[in-house]
Ligand binder design. Structure first.
Ligand code: M6R
Length: 613
């Protein structure tokens, strides 16, 4: 939520900022703005709408400043108009701030400041913070100290940057609960909400922790905590390459990411599976391996698509490791005082590693004394650092707001995790080898599904005018039905429901008429015959059925003449199937959204990583 980028150094700040904003635009795109210090004067330009609206207002030839910052907004307080766009200024107009997060006690601060004679132009919580910092700065004339003192009085979350006209050679950054990364260049620094905005200039980064701040000049940095104690932090290296941030000839990041899945599954499994012994090696879990072997309960917690992975993970872990697994929406878990025992494992699943609810769920679990694990894509992210141990996805940056490749990597890593524990407990070597063989086949099988993209596009065209869809599946395919429906909703704005197929007769069957497309996950598994009956029930009521079926399943003969379309996917073990069966649904959602002319990579009202609750 909200992308931020700041620069200080020798380059033209407006160029670095606009370039960085393009990279972080996927975090929010309601409005955008910049502040620079040009010839000793603070210049602020902001505009509602997408980044190109802001760009039109910036005369790049006019400015040569080497210091400034920019923000793309996902509105929390106040509608997404010009005035509410960041940056926000204090009452003197000389202090500017950009902010990602929520200032929870902004109303109290606002009334206090109003009583003291300060005024406000916007409806945002951020402006209150700007005015508050300004009110302290007025007296102490030290911007870093003013920021530190103000933040001590703030409740809520922030990743924020501050500049002041009277200290034109300094940028201050601070974080609590919202991400902030410092890029370390040669006589230059970049501060951003994510690494993607930094990697153009340097691969060397520092990740400040919560309640830490950084004071940057063009050739020095000081990191301290909000108690004013200086801190030494390790410099680490960004792992991915610049070309991973480009569309690579695809019209959208989402399509590129769908097509990358053969590779990303290889990356998730590389060096982790041992065919000869049927074992899994997960280096990040070595320290907790003994405790995992005897675990009595595992709780998986996540949001959105990652929560769907968790549901699949539950089935996998219970099947292979025979440990009971609970799946919790992080937003519910964190607030309902869950029962957690010290010997429990709470596992956070997150692409970004920054989702506020998931991060807080982990903190709550830690407070209750259990072991926490992270299954996370972004290296060095808050969840990766907050957990005791974990496994990275290595899927590379996912830019499309709709998660695709991270989902299949999550499910793959959860399968590895289940087998890892399973092999320490009751899974035989033969069974381990059988599963690993199938895991090795996944990339090839994904390629086969992707070759059917044109066929799926045709089906998408035929149903693109439908306003409702149902997705039905059983067993491992039930969470896939949920995920298929979510993909369609979020990028096409078409209403879709995912359901366990057998539940239809308990109510939703009433929705079926001859206008309702129903996507059935009819792959070969032990519940195929049961699902076939559910399919008959929908057919009898006129539903238009699109079936995802397994090649070479004799059962297909029994459903072929009941459905409008069959999309065949290669055969695999039921436990591996969700990694394949989601792919046609990702393509279906993509092509329907494309047919409807939607903004696929940046769907309305959404943002890539949800760093507010
Ligand atoms: O970064 P996370 O995996 O923690 O994000 C969780 C959800 O916000 C995310 O999966 C969201 O549902 C996606 N837009 C779905 O495509």
């Amino acid at each position: 939520m909200c992308g931020i980028i700041g620069y200080i150094g020798k380059r033209k700040a407006t160029e670095v900022i606009m370039n960085g904003l393009k990279r972080v635009e996927y975090r929010g795109y309601d409005s955008a703005g910049i502040s620079i210090i040009e010839n000793g004067k603070l210049v602020t330009i902001k505009k509602s709408g997408r980044l190109n609206e802001l760009n039109k207002l910036i005369d790049h030839n006019k400015y040569s400043s080497n210091i400034g910052f920019g923000h793309t907004r996902w509105a929390t307080h106040g509608e997404p108009n010009d005035i509410n766009a960041h940056p926000h200024l204090d009452n003197s107009g000389k202090v500017s701030i950009i902010h990602n997060g929520i200032i929870e006690n902004y109303s109290a601060l606002k009334s206090l400041l109003t009583k003291q004679g300060y005024h406000f132009k916007t409806e945002t919580d951020t402006e209150v913070l700007a005015v508050y910092i300004g009110s302290i700065y007025e007296k102490n004339k030290n911007i870093a100290e003013a920021v530190r003192l103000a933040l001590a009085d703030v409740t809520g979350t922030f990743g924020l940057l501050v500049i002041a006209e009277d200290e034109p050679d300094k940028i201050i950054g601070a974080r609590r609960g919202s991400p902030l990364v410092i890029g370390i260049g040669k006589n230059e620094f970049i501060l951003a909400s994510d690494q993607t905005a930094i990697v153009d200039y340097t691969k060397h980064v520092i990740y400040p922790d919560d309640n830490e701040m950084v004071i940057l000049t063009k050739d020095s940095y000081v990191i301290k905590n909000l108690d004013n104690i200086n801190i030494n932090k390790e410099i680490t290296t960004i792992e991915f390459e610049l070309n991973q941030l480009e569309k690579g000839g695809f019209p959208h990041f989402m399509l590129k990411e769908i097509f990358e899945q053969g590779k990303t599954i290889e990356n998730a499994t590389r060096g982790r599976i041992i065919l000869a012994t049927g074992d899994v090696r997960l280096g990040g879990l070595t320290e907790v391996a003994d405790r995992l072997r005897t675990a009595k309960r595992i709780i998986l917690t996540a949001c959105g698509t990652s929560w769907h992975s968790a549901l699949i993970g539950k089935y996998m872990i219970e099947t292979l490791a025979r440990i009971p697994v609970d799946v919790e929406y992080a937003s519910e878990f964190r607030y309902r005082d869950p029962v957690i025992y010290p010997e429990d494992f709470v596992v956070a699943i997150s692409q970004s590693g920054e989702t506020a609810d998931t991060l807080e769920a982990i903190r709550e679990a830690k407070r209750k004394g259990c072991t926490t694990l992270g299954i996370v894509n972004v290296v060095g992210s808050s969840i990766a650092r907050a957990t005791d141990a974990g496994v990275y996805l290595h899927a590379g940056p996912e830019i499309g707001v709709a998660s695709t490749k991270a989902f299949t990597s999550q499910v793959t890593v959860l399968l590895l995790f289940a087998l890892y524990i399973g092999r320490m407990r009751s899974v035989s070597q033969t069974e381990g080898i059988r599963i690993i063989k199938e895991i090795q086949e996944i990339p090839k099988k994904i390629e086969k599904i992707l070759q059917q993209a044109d066929k799926i596009k045709e089906i998408a065209k035929r149903y693109s005018k439908s306003r409702n869809f149902l997705y039905l599946g059983r067993g491992y395919n039930y969470p896939i039905a949920l995920e298929g429906a979510l993909k369609l909703k979020e990028i096409s704005y078409v209403h879709a429901e995912g359901y366990p197929a057998a539940e239809m007769k308990h109510g939703p069957l009433a929705l079926i008429d001859d206008e309702m497309p129903v996507v059935f996950l009819a792959t070969k598994d032990e519940v195929f015959d049961k699902l076939r009956s559910n399919l008959e029930e929908v057919k009898a009521r006129g539903g238009k059925i699109i079936a995802i079926a397994t090649e070479n399943n004799e059962g297909n003969e029994l459903i072929k003449n009941k459905v409008e379309h069959m999309i065949y996917i290669p055969e695999t073990l039921p436990i591996v199937m969700p990694i394949l069966s989601i792919i046609p649904l990702q393509l279906l959602a993509y092509y329907i959204a494309d047919e409807l002319g939607r903004d696929i990579d940046n769907p309305r009202h959404l943002a890539k990583s949800v760093t507010v609750e």
